[in-house]
Ligand binder design. Structure first.
Ligand code: ATP
Ligand code: MG
Length: 204
């Protein structure tokens, strides 16, 4: 059975936290590939993305292009509207009926799993890989810990350890808006693109 990792996000912009999460999940779970899927409208975020979809997609492609096992899908951007993982998974399952999909998420998203659209059906179709991520105050997650989840969800989550990187797209946008460096927080190709397009300069 072909094991495929899925990594959804706003990628506004993509950063090394996303890339390390994908790499460690690949290694720990024997994933053949990881597919990055930038979303159009994220369901559980109240702000619109800061950069146009075309730029978020391009930066994700630049970052993924450095890894032979990473691919980028524009499935959610093409569909538009609110991007529900459930809808995306239905599309991907009909495309690749033989694949076993693993959705990679940080511990922040593991916590809000019960709120996801059609979560019961989704959890029956795919597995979740939960990677360590510090909380909003920068406090490290308890390695391998599992938030309080209903049993039927908990048993669908595989915890994968990773170095805890207190990095977020929000913090990167703030740095750019105030003229600070994002070197080493994003791949060089992404940093070059951000500079060339002057992205997030006025998004304080
Ligand atoms: P924002 O600050 O705009 O919310 P973000 O950095 O949280 O951006 P998203 O695009 O929202 O990035 O995240 C996509 C996925 O990547 C989510 O599952 C999130 O938990 C995970 N993720 C993001 N940053 C990290 C990180 N530093 N370590 C582990 N996982 C991460
Ligand atoms: Mg986030």
């Amino acid at each position: 059975m072909r094991k495929i990792g899925l990594m959804g996000g706003t990628f506004d912009p993509i950063h090394i936290g996303h890339l390390v999460a994908a790499e460690r999940s690949m290694e720990a779970c024997g994933l053949e590939e990881v597919w990055f899927i930038p979303n159009a409208g994220p369901p559980l975020k109240d702000r619109a993305p800061g950069a146009p979809a075309s730029d978020r997609l391009r930066m994700t492609e630049l970052a993924a292009g450095e890894h032979p096992g990473f691919r980028v899908l524009d499935t959610e951007l093409r569909r538009g509207g609110i991007s529900y993982t459930y809808d995306t998974v239905q599309e991907l399952r009909s495309l690749e009926p033989e694949a076993e999909f693993h959705l990679i998420i940080g511990t922040d998203r593991v916590r809000d799993l019960p709120l996801w659209h059609r979560i019961g059906e989704l959890a029956a179709q795919i597995r979740f890989i939960g990677v360590d991520r510090p909380d909003e105050a920068g406090r490290p997650a308890e390695p391998g810990s599992m938030p309080d989840l209903p049993e039927e969800l908990r048993e669908r989550v595989i915890r994968v350890p990773m170095p805890q990187l207190d990095i977020s797209s929000t913090a990167i946008r703030t740095r750019l808006a105030t003229g600070l460096s994002v070197r080493y927080l994003v791949p060089d190709a992404v940093r070059d693109y951000l500079t060339e397009k002057e992205l997030y300069r006025h998004d304080g």
